[in-house]
Design a protein around this ligand. Structure first.
Ligand SMILES: Nc1ncnc2c1ncn2[C@@H]1O[C@H](COP(=O)(O)OP(=O)(O)OP(=O)(O)O)[C@@H](O)[C@H]1O
Ligand SMILES: [Mg+2]
Length: 714
């Protein structure tokens, strides 16, 4: 098997007769896959076979880190074109395809490629343990590459392009799914975001990388590229058996993304309506004409991403949080505090920071703010602080960065600035890769460089006009080096500096502890869900002051449990998908409304947290989701046939589950949506098996006392 291309397989034979025999057997075998009855509906699987002989080229593109086989030749064009025009369940033998400029088959061997180079890192760490297929939201990015000669492609250009592409994909934590060479023109490259591992903001990362991919077009003038992005739910998992397995995503979302790229001219990038909906908060878009694509009744809407919005504009006014706001402002005004707000994803940490920032700006605070991100390297948050304050752009050259920093420094005077200037060549090199003449950077040991770097960051913050507030949002994404650095900075700046300096940090639940010196005044605030009254207000705000039908309101209340992001995402999803409509001045549900509909954005955010768990822990948690919102350790243990205490402990540390009763080892999912997402991600078929298993075990355990535990019975 040469390639598994989504819904197609490319197989190479050295003997034509065997290929013909194999084709016949496949058509025959497929008769067994007609009228497959499932609980959902009756399916039929159809296949088409195109048989061709000829010569082609095989290259290995990429590096040791990530490589793929690239095929090129007239034969693939012929296969692609014929496949389009034949009926299902037939074999079309198109004979020998002549190759005009055939040169020798060339496999580039001067690379350090190993079998592992063909597998992405994300998958490597979990591949051996993946036992379930999953239902999950993903973003699919297709790149159509044309412009090269199919019979005689320039290997070096393609290889450099591919290497460049992989750099971008890696930066945005995408996943090269496949290079599809069976095309009538050029090839298609499929990059996946959100599977096998989700990082929570997968759709936006797909769009950002799409824009960056378009930008490298400049460098490869002989190639033409176009990009399309679509997102939604797919089946994701390993298919095949021990002889040959592949991680695959299957679904309409993938097909539509692929068809969408076919509608584009070279140099164009478009996203689908779902991508637009999920990212329009961060990104400016221009809508262009919709198109008809194969396999879709309705025209597909298309949007061109233009630029990232500078600022997220909140559409709904801020509500509640008075007490927290007061405590934080009072402490900031007193100064020299370490304020730490913790809370679940979407509970309102960033929003609270934004509101407080607005207030303290009026009190003449200098605010130095950054945001930890999983994409950032160690010390990246501190680089961001310096970058933002001095107006440096990512795309600036080294010289420009140096000048901007210098201009910024010119605004300051005094001893602290002098200290900073002494360290600048070392800090500049580490954080921005700027070369300074006569820098002693090269003579320093890594340990001393790090000490200098930390001192540099310290002086940078300290040289500003007091009162100073250092804000770091999303600290749970920080690297371990950042925790250590923050510890040093808070100690030196809060305890030793003569200036009024405070730190204001936000984080989701994090199993790593963020310690501070005992002498520091530390204020810790746990943000709780909004109370019912505020939820009602928020819902009204989002729905433009018009109320929601009563039972929908109650449903929303119970599903979102006072989490503002969940409330907002649910409502927007329901409006945009036309699941609710405004009628006679109130919002009512439409016939298409399904109780188990979950907005993809929430699904990804929650899955991202689950994906960070080790596979073993994930398995236990999946099973727990089958048992219900509450579950006992002994049930999980019985089914898993192993001690799961430490696994559940980790899940508890990560805030996925809470203790309901510590003595009885009884747990509860920390949010009903967390349970729902895990449950929904399990495929129907597996769910049924697991339910049966859980039922049996519960019966066994509680044989004598079945009624008192009956809520567990499913
Ligand atoms: N008190 C509030 N009043 C109105 N809207 C709110 C409030 N709190 C949060 N929201 C809204 O809910 C959404 C999620 O809030 P926010 O982004 O602040 O969450 P977060 O805790 O920072 O989440 P994450 O951990 O994902 O960063 C935002 O759109 C925000 O505007
Ligand atoms: Mg936030």
């Amino acid at each position: 098997m040469l390639k598994f291309i989504g819904d197609a397989i490319l197989v190479k034979f050295t003997d034509r007769k065997k290929a013909q025999k194999c084709s016949n057997e496949l058509i025959d075998k497929n008769k067994e896959f007609k009228n497959l009855k499932t609980s959902f509906k009756t399916f039929s699987i159809s296949i088409k076979i195109v048989l061709a002989s000829g010569k082609w080229k095989e290259f290995i593109l990429g590096s040791e880190k990530r490589a793929d086989i690239f095929l090129s030749g007239n034969i693939f064009r012929a296969i692609a074109e014929n496949e389009k025009n034949i009926e299902t369940d037939v074999i079309k033998d198109i004979g020998i395809i002549p190759s005009t400029k055939y040169l020798q088959d060339k496999i580039k061997v001067n690379k350090l490629i190993t079998p592992l180079s063909f597998l992405p890192i994300d998958l490597l760490s979990i591949a051996s343990e993946i036992s379930f297929g999953e239902h999950r939201p993903v973003s699919c990015l297709f790149i159509k590459v044309t412009g090269y000669e199919i019979e005689n492609p320039d290997f070096d250009i393609l290889d450099n392009f591919f290497l460049n592409l992989m750099e971008i994909v890696e930066k945005y934590q995408g996943f090269l799914q496949l290079t599809d060479n069976v095309q009538s023109e050029g090839c298609k490259i499929f990059i996946l975001f959100g599977a096998p591992v989700s990082y929570g903001n997968d759709v936006f990362r797909a769009v950002q990388s799409g824009i960056e991919i378009m930008n490298i077009q400049e460098k490869y003038k002989s190639l033409s590229i176009a990009v399309s992005i679509n997102s939604g739910y797919v089946f994701a998992g390993m298919i095949g058996d021990e002889r040959r397995r592949k991680y695959t995503v299957i679904g309409d979302v993938v097909n539509t993304a692929s068809r969408l790229v076919d509608t584009l001219n070279p140099g164009e990038i478009v996203v689908s309506k779902d991508v637009y909906r999920l990212t329009s908060r961060y990104m400016e878009y221009k809508k262009i004409d919709s198109v008809k694509v194969k396999g879709k009744e309705q025209e597909v809407e298309r949007y061109i991403p233009e630029e990232i919005k500078d600022q997220i504009i909140y559409e709904y006014s801020f509500i509640g949080r008075n007490e927290e706001r007061e405590i934080i402002i009072n402490n900031l005004v007193k100064g020299n505090r370490f304020i730490y707000i913790k809370g679940d994803a979407g509970i309102g940490k960033t929003r609270l920071i934004d509101e407080i920032e607005k207030e303290i700006v009026l009190k003449d605070f200098t605010i130095i703010r950054a945001k930890a991100e999983s994409l950032k390297q160690a010390y990246g948050i501190f680089a961001e602080m310096i970058q933002k304050m001095s107006g440096i752009e990512e795309s600036d050259s080294g010289e420009e960065k140096k000048n901007k920093l210098q201009n910024y420094l010119n605004k300051f005077s005094g001893e602290i600035k002098k200290h900073f200037i002494l360290i600048l060549p070392i800090l500049g090199k580490i954080l921005f890769n700027i070369d300074y003449q006569e820098s002693i950077y090269n003579q320093l040991s890594p340990e001393i460089r790090k000490e200098n770097l930390l001192d540099g960051i310290r002086y940078f913050i300290e040289m500003h006009i007091e009162p100073i507030c250092v804000v770091i949002d999303d600290f749970h994404f920080s690297k371990n080096e950042d925790i250590e650095a923050l510890n040093f900075l808070s100690r030196t700046l809060i305890l030793l500096s003569k200036k009024k300096i405070s730190f204001f940090i936000s984080s989701r639940p994090d199993s790593r502890e963020l310690t501070t010196d005992k002498k520091i005044d530390r204020v810790e605030i746990e943000l709780e869900p909004l109370c019912e009254k505020l939820v009602e207000k928020l819902i009204l705000n989002i729905l433009g002051g018009k109320p929601l039908e009563n039972d929908l309101y109650n449903l929303l209340l119970s599903r979102t449990s006072g989490n503002p992001l969940y409330i907002e995402q649910f409502l927007l999803y329901m409006i945009e998908k036309n699941l609710i409509v405004l009628k006679d001045d109130s919002w009512i549900r439409c016939s298409a409304y399904r109780e188990d509909d979950l907005p993809e954005s929430l699904f990804s955010i929650i899955l991202a947290r689950i994906d960070q768990l080790q596979e073993k822990i994930k398995q236990s948690i999946r099973l727990a989701s089958i048992v219900g919102i509450e579950f006992k350790e002994d049930i999980i243990e019985k089914i898993m046939e192993r001690n799961v205490h430490l696994e559940l402990q980790s899940a508890e540390n990560e805030g996925i589950i809470d203790f309901k009763n510590r003595l009885e080892l009884e747990y509860i999912f920390s949010h009903s949506l967390i349970r729902e997402v895990i449950y929904e991600s399990i495929l129907n078929e597996n769910r049924k098996i697991l339910h049966r298993l859980v039922g049996q075990i519960i019966e066994d355990i509680y044989k004598t006392n079945i009624h008192s535990n009956s809520p567990f019975l499913l």
